[in-house]
Design a protein around this ligand. Structure first.
Ligand code: EPU
Length: 417
């Protein structure tokens, strides 16, 4: 199994190009199930989760071609099964995204329940509640959600927790329902708006995405489209922190700084100099890193997907900081590995007290999930000596060739096969 080896101590400098957003490309691929026509996607990141989604769609009968240059062509004219099997769903929770489109177009779906994962329980009760409000009968049998309906009906759905993939699932299902669906307390992440943009170019009638109330008026059928996926704001944020933590100077290109405003604002509070353009930003840091508290919330606030990386930065702050995680109940696994590298972090419930000024030293560490892996790489970039990061497959789920991108910025990093 691959490992990543890093020798810390070099400030990063230069420019890096950001890939397309994994969390926008996954629902876009699932949305291809809503039509028999050809769907062309551009700027799709060539990462493991995308290949898992390809395998899942192919398993159901879709024709899918994904290439490393960022293009994906999908056609679901001959679907022979409306089932997402456990073997695929257990490796990627986002497989649940096929539920809404399958139910919308075929009125039937059988999708394995994802179960918990390293960052929390992650139930799908709200996805089911929404689809039931639209008339579907959902039952759980042998670990699978079995859902069927004669024809989905528009409904007024109020979500008591903001859920990103839940909003996406309901929005996709509603595009082919009879009548109007109103989704209240919807997620307003840029990935939801990107999906809405794609669905509109397929002929869907959607308004209000990007806000908390989304209205979808169902149509008879959807057609093919070509759609360009938005840049990955979390990859961009990860490089921003890489620049700051190494006291470097990095230009982050092909991104949308507006999608990152809370992260860039937080970084500038910690002392980094940030200069933003329309599709690029530059992070420079040569002074002390200031310790600043942060709390994760749904978009547009500070994202949970940047919490682990920010924790690595705070180990180098000038004092104490408190990091509060409000989205997932168990998303501090990286703290234990950072401690093994010399960090001083006390976790209590949903809060972590991070002491700054901690010299880190290289160690053998285990990645527990995607963003945890990124935080260990960031820590390794400034640790003395050699760090070996194991279970790199977590990293490969969401970052395209991150070690090559970092090496081009001057990091001493390599993948060892
Ligand atoms: N929740 C429920 N019931 C539901 C659905 C969600 O209680 O039916 C709760 C969750 O347990 C959690 C909260 O709602 O406490 C928010 O979860 P959400 O549903 O928004 O998460 P998700 O849609 O499963 C997406 C991203 C995650 C990201 C979260 C939060 C994708 C494919 N995944 O997950 O990305 O952390 O939103 O922003 O879009 C990652 O990329 O590393 C990653 C984990």
């Amino acid at each position: 199994m691959d490992k990543i080896r890093v020798i810390g101590g070099r400030p990063l400098s230069g420019s890096v190009k950001i890939s397309g957003a994994k969390n926008a490309a996954l629902p876009a691929m699932a949305a291809s199930l809503l039509t028999r026509d050809r769907i062309e996607l551009e700027n799709v990141p060539y990462v493991r989760d995308i290949l898992t989604m390809r395998n899942l769609l192919e398993d159901m009968g879709s024709e899918v071609e994904v290439t490393e240059d960022g293009s994906a062509v999908l056609q679901s004219s001959n679907i022979r099964s409306q089932e997402a099997p456990y073997e695929l769903v257990k490796t990627m929770r986002a497989s649940i995204l096929v539920l809404g489109p399958l139910l919308g177009r075929f009125c039937h779906a059988r999708v394995s329940l994802p179960g918990g994962c390293a960052i929390g329980a992650r139930p799908v009760n709200l996805h089911l509640m929404g689809l039931e409000k639209m008339g579907a009968k959902c039952r759980i049998l042998h670990g699978y959600v079995e859902a069927s309906v004669e024809k989905l009906q528009g409904a007024h759905i109020v979500m008591d927790t903001i859920t990103v993939t839940g909003t996406e699932n309901m929005m996709m299902a509603a595009t082919l329902a009879e009548g109007e669906t109103v989704l209240e307390n919807a997620a307003c992440e840029p990935e939801v708006s990107d999906l809405a943009d794609m669905l509109r170019s397929m002929g869907a009638r959607i308004e209000g995405d990007g806000g908390r109330t989304i209205r979808v008026r169902g149509v008879e059928e959807l057609h093919g489209c070509r759609h360009h996926i938005i840049p990955d704001r979390i990859e961009a944020g990860t490089f921003a922190i890489a620049a700051a933590i190494t006291r470097g100077d990095v230009e982050v290109e092909n991104c949308n700084p507006k999608h990152l405003s809370s992260v860039l604002e937080q970084l500038s509070r910690t002392g980094a100099d940030i200069e933003s353009g329309t599709n690029r930003f530059r992070v420079q840091c040569d002074g002390p890193i200031l310790s600043k508290n942060v709390t994760t919330y749904p978009y547009p606030a500070f994202p949970t997907d940047m919490q682990a990386q920010y924790m690595a930065l705070m180990t180098q702050g000038d004092g104490d900081s408190i990091i509060t995680e409000t989205i997932f109940e168990n998303r501090f696994m990286h703290a234990l590995e950072l401690i093994r590298m010399g960090a001083d972090i006390a976790v209590e419930g949903r809060q972590a007290l991070v002491k700054g000024n901690s010299p880190l030293s290289g160690a053998r560490v285990l990645a527990s999930d995607l963003r945890a892996s990124a935080s260990l790489i960031l820590a390794a970039l400034i640790a003395s000596g050699e760090t070996w990061i194991d279970r790199v497959y977590h990293l490969d789920r969401g970052y395209h060739r991150i070690e090559e991108k970092l090496a081009r910025l001057g990091a001493n990093i390599e993948r060892v096969r």
